[in-house]
Design a protein around this ligand. Structure first.
Ligand SMILES: Cc1cc2nc3c(=O)[nH]c(=O)nc-3n(C[C@H](O)[C@H](O)[C@H](O)COP(=O)(O)O)c2cc1C
Length: 330
């Protein structure tokens, strides 16, 4: 049976959009294999880009790949394809985090899937989203936008919770504590420096934007508390980490679409004691995976990405089972 498949230019554009996702230290721990005979992308973990000191359990790796997967789905929808997604399809191939089969959507004039249209609306935000570490203004994110952000997380099977003022203080303390531990634990700073040098990532982890950078002096007056939200899932399995990554990116794109600046931190999640304290005892959220920051802030430049030739492999063979790539590479 002949499978309808996008042309090479579209396949490349989809991989480029996926690669624009955020990742811890900008490590970009992903690879994309496109199986033309099946019109299917594989999203794979790139094990030569792990962070053993900063991300010993692989939570951040799975979240970054989940964010890339969300971008891939958005870009596919934008190009007129319905992305039929399966998470962790092969228990014998743990590097294979997801498959995305591209099915033509709405080309026959009968109208497409509304979820595909909702994903496609997020496409322009992929190129505009940035992780900012600068201070944001005081203007409150309006309630309807907060609701839209919560809905974005829920659509991807996660929850977004805006903590109360007292809990924001706790979350900031936990984040600062974790950033401080980076200085004390051997290997962590080296890892940050290594990836920053290789890929032009961030020079330091200052999630709340309180340290001096370039043109911006350090904040002497702490001002009103930053507008933070906790992103979590009910459980804490690898599949939840991929799901959390997709939800995180969908929330960040939705926020970007509403003209907000965003930042994110998972520093405290790397420490079991801090991660548990980050949880708001009054919320039903079981497992927190990231702290997001929203507001109106100055523009920041894009962080560089690896060339698409390093992350995309296209296989032109006939239709075959996708589970194991022929040469077993990641
Ligand atoms: C799981 C995860 C954890 C992150 N943790 C932090 C953090 O603790 N502090 C921070 O400033 N940025 C953090 N980031 C943001 C990355 O540094 C950022 O995505 C990367 O440098 C690429 O930049 P961009 O998001 O502007 O494209 C994190 C990103 C991910 C996906």
């Amino acid at each position: 049976m002949r499978v309808e498949t996008p042309d090479t230019r579209t396949v490349t554009a989809l991989a480029e959009a996926a690669s624009a996702a955020p990742s811890l230290h900008n490590a970009q721990p992903w690879r994309f294999h496109y199986l033309r005979g099946e019109a299917t992308f594989q999203v794979r973990a790139s094990l030569d880009r792990t962070l053993p000191h900063s991300d010993p359990h692989g939570r951040a790796l799975h979240m970054g790949c989940g964010a890339a997967l969300l971008n891939l789905r958005v870009a596919a929808a934008h190009a007129g394809w319905r992305p039929v997604t399966t998470l962790l399809p092969d228990p014998y191939d743990p590097r294979l985090l997801a498959t995305v089969e591209l099915v033509p959507d709405g080309r026959d004039g009968t109208g497409g899937d509304p979820e595909v249209a909702a994903l496609a609306e997020l496409y322009p935000a992929i190129g505009n989203r940035r992780s900012s570490r600068l201070p944001f203004g005081e203007e409150r994110v309006p309630d309807p936008v907060r609701s839209a952000l919560r809905d974005a997380a829920e659509t991807e099977g996660a929850q977004l919770h805006f903590p109360s003022a007292w809990h924001i203080t706790t979350v900031l303390d936990m984040t600062q504590d974790a950033e401080g531990r980076d200085l004390a634990v051997p290997g962590r700073l080296e890892e940050l420096a290594q990836w920053s040098e290789t890929d032009g990532g961030p020079p330091a982890r200052d999630f709340a934007g309180r340290l001096a950078t370039g043109d911006h002096p350090a904040a002497t007056d702490p001002g009103p508390p930053p507008q933070l939200a906790l992103l979590g899932t009910a459980e804490d399995r690898t599949t939840d980490w991929v799901r959390a990554g997709q939800a995180m990116e969908r929330v960040l794109l939705e926020a970007t679409r509403h003209g907000l600046s965003t930042g994110l931190s998972a520093t405290a999640m790397e420490w079991a004691d801090l991660r548990w304290t980050d949880r708001d005892p009054l919320s039903e959220m079981g497992q927190v995976h990231a702290v997001l920051r929203f507001g109106h802030g100055p523009g920041v430049p894009a962080t560089p990405r690896r060339p698409v030739s390093q992350v995309l492999r296209v296989e032109n063979g006939p239709r075959h089972r996708a589970a194991n790539p022929p040469d077993g590479t990641s």
